[in-house]
Design a protein around this ligand. Structure first.
Ligand code: TRP
Ligand code: SF4
Length: 334
């Protein structure tokens, strides 16, 4: 008799704060999520409570931001049939686990997280005091998000490393205190993707206005490319260029690998104008974004479809969360 084995996939979890529309740089992060969902049982969520830690006084866009970030994910190709997509605040167990973890987490662990003092400082320079109880607990809420799903890995940027480390320490402390083995120690999963720079060659960031939104129209893309920083030494088309300092050239490397060497040669020889070079990039970016725009339009026109996706994702997340909470309450004799 042949035995039918249902494969149990290892789990992964990741989330993003819904603070606004995603840009082209983010699409590479989402692409990584898409790839990982083939291999793992993946949970992806909007960290809406985390978004409130620094913006409790400006929540009027929160619901729309949550909707839009999910549309952004889906429009670049995240398949809701292959992963669970949900909102943090729809799975109340995250709050319960957070409060239980808070009982056994030394204050010093939170105070020494490097982002804590750094962010306090950065916000206070902008005139905002974020020294709240909730903000201090940011990494602990994140530990609850992660450990809730007992994942083996957490795909994150290197900036989130101290938070994942705190979650790992908490696992050891929890197991030691309650003499149990509930959580695998989650490993950070860094993606192999190269980071797309901004249109001015700096890091692509919301604070520099050097990004191209995934939801940008053709005209908006063209305007952004027009404003891209090129080699300042080139005044006339015949001036020999230095592609290595040019952001347009860097983008050709991401979106136009095939033609990049010939563009390099033509630029150095003074045989191609920056206008022409940008025009080619506009075409390519708009080609890249065409299917993304089509999927976005579909989702925008059928709000019920999005609701169904979240409804299903929430249900799957809750089921997994309830299993974990049963184990946690049992271990803590609650
Ligand atoms: N702190 C993460 C960020 O800013 C967002 C986040 C919240 C997260 N909870 C998480 C990421 C759990 C991974 C796992 O990017
Ligand atoms: Fe940049 Fe292209 Fe101009 Fe060379 S020709 S400087 S690669 S935009």
């Amino acid at each position: 008799m042949t035995e039918v084995k249902t494969e149990v996939k290892k789990r992964l979890l990741s989330g993003m704060r819904p603070t606004g529309r995603l840009h082209l740089g983010h699409s590479r992060v989402v692409q990584n999520w898409i790839d990982l969902a083939d291999e793992y049982e993946a949970f992806y969520f909007t960290a809406d409570w985390h978004a409130i830690t620094t913006a409790w006084d400006t929540t009027e866009m929160l619901r729309e931001n949550k909707r839009q970030i999910v549309i952004d994910w889906l429009s670049v190709g995240l398949d809701p049939k292959k992963c669970h997509i949900f909102h943090q605040s729809d799975v109340k167990e995250h709050a319960e686990l957070h409060v239980l973890f808070s009982m056994l987490t030394p204050l010093s662990w939170l105070e020494r997280v490097p982002t804590y003092k750094g962010q306090l400082q950065a916000f206070s320079e902008k005139g905002k005091d974020i020294a709240t109880y909730g903000f201090l607990g940011y990494p602990l809420l994140m530990a609850a998000d992660i450990l809730m799903y007992r994942p083996v890995g957490v795909p994150v940027g290197t900036d989130q490393m101290p938070h994942v480390e705190l979650a790992r320490e908490l696992v050891r402390r929890f197991h030691h205190i309650y003499d149990c083995e509930i959580f695998p120690e989650p490993a950070p999963v860094f993606s192999k993707i190269d980071i797309l720079p901004g249109t001015d060659n700096r890091k692509m960031s919301k604070s520099y206005d050097n990004f191209i939104l995934l939801s940008a129209s053709e005209d908006e893309v063209n305007a952004k490319v027009k404003g891209m920083v090129t080699d300042p030494a080139r005044i006339r088309k015949t001036d020999p260029g230095h592609p290595e300092v040019c952001s347009v050239y860097a983008y050709h490397g991401f979106f136009n690998k095939e033609e990049q060497p010939s563009i390099c040669a033509a630029c150095k020889a003074g045989e191609i104008g920056c206008g022409q070079c940008k025009k080619r990039l506009m075409e390519l970016l708009n080609e890249e974004l065409a299917p993304v725009r089509a999927r976005r339009a579909e989702l925008e026109n059928d709000p019920g479809m999005l609701d169904d996706i979240i409804h299903e994702g929430n249900a799957a997340a809750r089921e997994a969360a309830q299993e974990t909470m049963t184990l946690v309450r049992e271990a803590m004799k609650i």
